[in-house]
Design a protein around this ligand. Structure first.
Ligand SMILES: [Zn+2]
Length: 252
């Protein structure tokens, strides 16, 4: 396991939620400029985008879609510099916001109680929301395996997970299997907590590729658990996945 995270004291994030051209052309990306910047800033950790809210990947992926403006494997180029400069590579990967995934696979979309796709509101409305219980799950795990295998990040930063209720067939079936409720009206109070404890447990159990590489995993903006009734305790005991109500958690 990389121990860089234990000594990293100055981190930096270069935000890359970049839409396709002509909005963003990425023509000014310059790896030499990046190296110079890293040295000037004296950073010891960099959060590097591997997949953004649009669903675009910033590396050569066999599974996903590389950003259409990118003319090189940007993660490869930056991670090489980071290794040479002894800077921690914290690989950023967005889970729940992904415009491409539900666009290409409508059956992967998070659905509301009436069966319609859930969309974000306001300035966030441009980003789609795929459900982790669908085929998107294999897509995500496949890409994370690519990133770990090809770039050996010191840690993974998984952004946004289980924030939204989902009533897709897979979630309904899983909920009924786990808690025995068919009625939609009774499902709603439990779904957020279910996603929190059950899906985090799934990811934990499925992080074998990351574990083999010795990665630290941080999950950001995990869903909220609002209910405070006896069913919450029952759900917690059934899931055996620990307490709910946290916002961010790391798995060693
Ligand atoms: Zn779902």
């Amino acid at each position: 396991m990389s121990g860089l995270y234990q000594s990293a004291f100055r981190g930096y994030l270069i935000d890359h939620h970049s839409p396709a051209p002509p909005a963003v052309t990425l023509e000014h990306l310059d790896i030499a400029e990046y190296r110079s910047f890293f040295r000037t800033a004296g950073i010891s950790s960099l959060m590097l985008y591997c997949k953004d809210h649009w669903g675009y990947s910033y590396y050569d992926t066999d599974i996903g879609t590389q950003h259409p403006a990118l003319k090189q494997d940007w993660v490869a180029a930056v991670s090489k510099v980071l290794r040479e400069e002894s800077i921690e590579l914290n690989a950023y990967y967005c889970l729940e916001y992904d415009s491409l995934a539900p666009d290409i696979h409508p059956e992967w979309s998070i659905l509301d109680a009436k069966g319609g796709p859930v969309s974000l509101k306001g300035r966030m409305a441009k980003w789609g929301m795929p459900c982790y219980e669908t085929g998107y799950r294999e897509y995500v795990l496949g890409q994370l395996a690519e990133i770990v295998r090809n770039y050996h990040p010191d840690s993974l930063f998984l952004d946004i997970f289980g924030k939204s209720l989902c009533y897709c067939p897979a979630c309904r079936a899983k909920f009924q299997e786990k808690f025995g409720y068919r009625d939609v009206a009774r499902m709603e109070p439990y779904l957020t907590g279910r996603k929190l404890v059950a899906e985090v447990a799934i990811l934990q159990s499925d992080r074998s590729s990351a574990a083999k590489a010795g990665n630290r995993v941080v999950m950001n903006a995990i869903g909220r658990c609002k209910q405070s009734d006896p069913h919450r305790e029952a759900m917690r005991r059934r899931s055996k996945a620990g307490p709910c109500g946290f916002h961010q958690r790391s798995f060693g």
